[in-house]
Every structure is written in C-alpha cells, then in structure tokens.
Design a protein around this ligand. Structure first.
Ligand code: CA
Length: 225
C-alpha cells in the first residue's frame, strides 16, 4: 500500500512518513500544494494525507481536483484549523476523514488503518489470484495451482507482481511501474525494471504457470495467460 503525505512542515511530514514506513507502508512526501497535486494525480496511492494550509495550492483545491479525476485514493485532511466550517467543507468536497493539529501520531496511524481497512480493495485479502497463479500477500509465496509448485518472491519482485495482479490484463506503463514500485523520485533511465521483470518471468516459468508478462511496444507491460 502506498501513501502520499502532502505537508509543508517538513519535520512533521518526515515524522509521519517515518512512522508509516515502520508500519510497512510505502510513503512519498510533497512539501507544497503544486507538487502534492502532481503526485496525487499519478493515481498510484491508496491513501493521501493532505494538509489544508499549503504554499502554492491549498488542500481543498487539491482535494477537489482529486475528486474531479475520480481517483480511488482515500483522503485524510490535516489542519491546524479546528473550526466546524472547515471540517464540513472538507467532508463536502469528499474527504474521508479529518485530523486536527496538534495530534498524537498514534491517532493519525489509527485513522490511516481505518481508512485502508475499509477500502475493501483486493490488496486487503490474503491472496491475489490470476489465472493459475495465487500470490500469498503475507508470505510472498507464489503458487501455480495447476502444478501445485510454489516459489518465494523477493521484495521488489513481489511489489511488481502485486501491481500486475491488481491490474490484470491492463497495459501498465513503465512510469506507472517505477512510481508504484520504486517511488516517485526514481531515475527513469535506470535499467532495473527489465532485470526485475526477467527475474519474475523466470520464477513464474519455474513453477509451471502459463502466465506471462508481455512487453507492449511503446506502451508498457501487460500480464496475460
Ligand atoms: Ca501547513
């Protein structure tokens, strides 16, 4: 699960990001509104923690744009303001929750967990399935149901595979994969993706699955039977 933290108080943003990482979430941070919106629109986040008072563009405007684009990310608004009016405005635009500063970090974590539990997305299940493949999200064990053979999948390949299995039959661009698996600050020139994909294809082959990850010319990659 990937979370975006948009907060201009960099120390606070770092505290939140560090805490979330200890809870095994993938986290990116943006320190101003423009940057936050740009990252949010990449549509790779399950949750966005969004401060309201931000330089360049405020949290309400960002939230509006997120909703206009119909992104599935949950949004928790963060603000120093505790007035009822602001709270109502936030919910009106489509915020899922609202935390007033100053807050205890554990309180924010509890709200995050509530939001991500209630998404009911396939990622919350113990296993992801596609064709003859079954990926155990707790143990990272990939099983081919036809041959009953299993193989353990290392961390990056696991993130890659999870992303493909959540977006079955869709063409996924290199940029989307880099953003989702390596984070937004990745150098796109890096050649890692092809290497990881070939490791992953090999593992899928070894357990006897008929699933492949195909390159689609100029567009990206696609998982198919
Ligand atoms: Ca602020």
């Amino acid at each position: 699960m990937r979370i975006l933290v948009v907060e201009d108080e960099e120390t606070l943003a770092d505290v939140i990001a560090t805490k979330l990482r200890t809870l095994k979430y993938e986290v990116d941070t943006s320190f101003n509104g423009e940057d936050g919106l740009y990252n949010a629109l990449s549509n790779i986040y399950d949750l966005i923690i969004l401060d309201i008072m931000l330089p360049k563009m405020n949290g309400f405007e960002i939230l509006k744009k997120i909703k206009e684009q119909d992104l599935s990310a949950k949004v928790i608004l963060l603000t120093a303001k505790s007035e009822l009016e602001d709270k109502l405005k936030g919910f009106d635009i489509g915020a899922d929750d609202y935390v007033t500063k100053p807050f205890h970090i554990e309180e924010l974590m509890a709200r995050v967990n509530v939001q991500l539990r209630s998404t009911g997305s396939p990622k919350q299940k113990d296993t992801l399935e596609y064709s003859d493949l079954s990926l155990n999200l707790r143990t990272s064990l990939l099983t081919c149901k036809n041959t009953n053979e299993s193989i353990s999948i290392p961390y990056r390949e696991f993130l890659l595979l999870e992303y493909f299995m959540n977006n079955k039959k869709q063409i996924i661009s290199k940029e989307q994969i880099y953003d989702k698996v390596w984070g937004i600050d990745t150098d796109y020139e890096s050649n890692n993706l092809e290497a990881y994909l070939s490791f992953l294809r090999k593992k899928i082959r070894i357990i006897g699955s008929k699933v492949t990850i195909k390159a689609v010319r100029n567009l990206g990659y696609k998982m198919e039977e």
